[in-house]
Ligand binder design. Structure first.
Ligand SMILES: C[S@@+](CC[C@H](N)C(=O)[O-])C[C@H]1O[C@@H](n2cnc3c(N)ncnc32)[C@H](O)[C@@H]1O
Length: 197
């Protein structure tokens, strides 16, 4: 009798998700995966041996770079070009301006920004690792790096850049080369060097 009772009182309904519930789970799950994929290139520099995060140049820094490049022309490379603001500024000054950047989203952004600006058509952005990128073809090189990388970067410059190449360093100076000009102050300081070897 008791067994019969137990059998007849077993739950008949299972906990099924409504279509709206399923849609919500799939949407939030998809969004989480999408946001993670977009964020990886911004977060991954922190796990590299030398962490060079995306920090855009300030207006004062850009002004310093502009002053340091006065009277110059030809090909210019911004090393770690971020959203392209230095390349776009240089293109407007008449340089054949190019940027090398590891973060693919920043490369896409910079390409679109430069295409939308009539004054800087012809600028180029490469999605490459700066340490594997040849600096030789450039008469002007701009770098907004971090302190830990400047010694290694100076070595790369001295091995690759032609004599007479102008190098403009933002916020962190090259450790051994002697600057020919300095502009701005504090975090906005910009140093100008001429490669001479
Ligand atoms: C300090 S931000 C400078 C951005 C830009 N030059 C500016 O002044 O606004 C450094 C940039 O270097 C990029 N970067 C980091 N490691 C790199 C690598 N190995 N090769 C190329 N770019 C790199 C970062 O993604 C970031 O956009």
């Amino acid at each position: 009798m008791e067994l019969e009772y137990l059998q007849t009182t077993e739950p008949t309904s299972t906990h099924k998700l409504s279509p709206i519930g399923k849609a919500l789970i799939y949407t939030t799950g998809g969004l989480a995966v999408g946001v993670s994929i977009i964020c990886i290139p911004f977060v991954s520099p922190a796990f590299r041996k030398i962490c060079l995060p995306y920090v855009p140049a300030t207006t004062d820094q850009i002004l310093g770079v502009t002053k340091a490049l006065a009277g110059r022309s030809g090909r210019l490379l911004d090393v770690g070009s971020g959203d392209g603001r230095i390349v776009i500024t240089a293109a407007k000054l008449g340089f054949k301006a190019e940027g090398v950047e590891l973060n693919r989203w920043l490369v896409y952004y910079a390409r679109i920004a430069s295409l939308l600006d009539n004054q800087c058509r012809g600028s180029k952005f490469y999605r490459k690792d700066l340490w594997k990128f040849d600096m030789k073809p450039y008469e002007n090189i701009v770098i907004f790096g971090v302190e830990q990388m400047m010694k290694q970067f100076e070595k790369k410059l001295l091995e690759e850049a032609n004599p007479g190449t102008v190098v403009v360093a933002c916020r962190f100076p090259l450790p051994n080369m002697v600057p020919v000009e300095t502009h701005g102050h504090g975090v906005d300081t910009v140093w100008k060097y001429v490669v001479n070897r």
